[in-house]
Design a protein around this ligand. Structure first.
Ligand SMILES: Cc1ncc(COP(=O)(O)O)c(C=O)c1O
Length: 403
């Protein structure tokens, strides 16, 4: 307790969090400035513009919410949904259930359609549900980390608009590792997190909102007592959270600089650096980097004799699921990976718990050396667990792929 924090060296190759890029950690150690210091508001404006690049949008309402990824989800939902609103949630994994849970807590009338984990919906299935339920909001996860597959979103914006719904998506696990086009795909609200392909720590949730979504949010704008001036909005049905009230948060980030929370300065520095690194690399290059290292990992895992989980045609670039070999204790093997090699890989949830490992190649760890080291260690752990493995096959296959 009296010693300074000194975490053990780890290579985080699970479904996230992953090791932060050292440049992000350095940005976080910069000195604080005041909430309305021109330097601070300048950083806020720059962060907005950088995330427009990351989300591929022209939306003015692009900023970061203080809190982990679910803070962004809660902010979007509590600000968009009024009690009794119909919300359609197609669920194909654990994080679809999270969207449902948060929408229910916002007192939405939630309608769910479900798909077996490891599969995704067809646009026709989603359109049929839009026709049947006529929701105000269609809320769907892009990449569901729990199953390692990503729902194609390209057609959903037009479908939602055709049926009078707003489209929200959670890109926490997929953003920057997989193609995402907020404007071209007609997304009204999108939220993410830093701790996966963005190469930062958890604790800040980038968000972008279309003009249509902002209108819905501002229809319930209520400026809090104590800072309200004559002419300020007071709603009879205010947004049911003060902290996550996007109508006020937008005015805090906008030219009015309304006094709201004290922006988490060190996390803002982190979020800005994550986006700066990506914009500097180029979003297409970042996606291609994740595709390349993710594929190398997949080739190596297959050569180790492991069987991939889920519909491979929609697998995320940055995380792959593999069935734990019969007779092997999956948690004991993960412990050996951690204790002997300092490498973390992931387990899974719900119907996949104890059956599937999830191995990530994302953000700072979407690197050749991280892929090869993980495969080398996994080979030894499998062998000691009694699994027949051809010596060097995993690393060899990955190297062949790279060549
Ligand atoms: C797709 C998805 N959504 C939401 C979350 C929740 O994120 P957080 O733990 O940052 O609140 C996660 C976390 O892994 C996730 O993968």
């Amino acid at each position: 307790m009296t010693e300074p924090i000194n975490p053990p060296p780890r290579l985080l190759m699970g479904p996230g969090p992953i090791n932060a890029d050292p440049r992000v950690l350095r940005a976080m150690s910069a000195q604080l400035v005041g909430q309305y210091d021109p330097a601070m508001t300048g950083y806020m404006n720059e962060t907005m513009e950088l995330y427009r690049g990351v989300f591929r949008t022209k939306n003015d309402a692009t900023l970061v919410i203080d809190g982990t990824s679910r803070a962004g989800i809660e902010a979007a939902f509590v600000s968009l949904i009024e009690p009794g609103d119909v919300v359609l949630v197609p669920v194909f994994g654990r994080f679809g259930h999270l969207l449902r849970e948060i929408a229910e807590r916002c007192q939405a009338d939630v309608r769910v359609i479900e798909r077996e984990w490891g599969t995704v919906f067809t646009p026709a299935e989603i359109e049929a549900a839009l026709v049947e339920h006529k929701p105000k909001l269609l809320a769907i996860v892009h990449g569901d980390t729990s199953t390692t597959v990503a729902q194609p979103l390209e057609e959903l914006g037009a479908l939602a608009a055709k049926h009078g719904a707003l489209l929200y998506t959670d890109v926490t696990a997929s953003l920057a590792g997989n193609t995402f086009e907020a404007d071209a795909w007609g997304i009204d609200a999108v939220t993410g997190g830093l701790q996966k392909c963005l190469a930062g720590p958890s604790g800040s949730s980038p968000i972008s909102l279309s003009a249509k979504a902002v209108d819905v949010i501002n229809s319930r704008k209520s400026i809090e007592a104590g800072i309200r001036v004559d002419g300020d909005a007071v709603s009879a049905q205010p947004i049911r959270s003060n902290y996550f009230d996007l109508s006020q948060i937008l005015d805090y980030w906008g030219p009015k600089r309304l006094n709201h929370h004290t922006e988490a300065t060190s996390m803002l520095y982190a979020a800005r650096e994550c986006a700066r690194l990506l914009v500097d690399e180029g979003m297409e290059n970042a996606v291609e980097r994740h595709r390349m290292h993710g594929t190398a990992m997949v080739e190596g895992l297959k050569s180790l004799g492991l069987v991939l989980f889920g519909d491979q045609s929609v697998r995320m670039n940055n995380v792959v699921g593999v069935h734990i070999p019969d007779g092997l204790d999956g948690d004991a093997a993960r412990s050996t990976m951690l204790n002997d090699f300092g490498i973390e890989i992931g387990t899974s949830f719900g119907p996949l718990a104890g059956k599937v490992w999830r191995i990530g190649t994302m953000g700072y760890n979407a690197r050749r050396d991280a892929v090869l080291t993980t495969l080398a260690a996994l080979e030894q752990v499998l062998r000691r667990g009694g699994v027949a493995v051809t010596a060097g096959s995993g690393v060899g296959a990955a190297l062949d792929f790279y060549e």
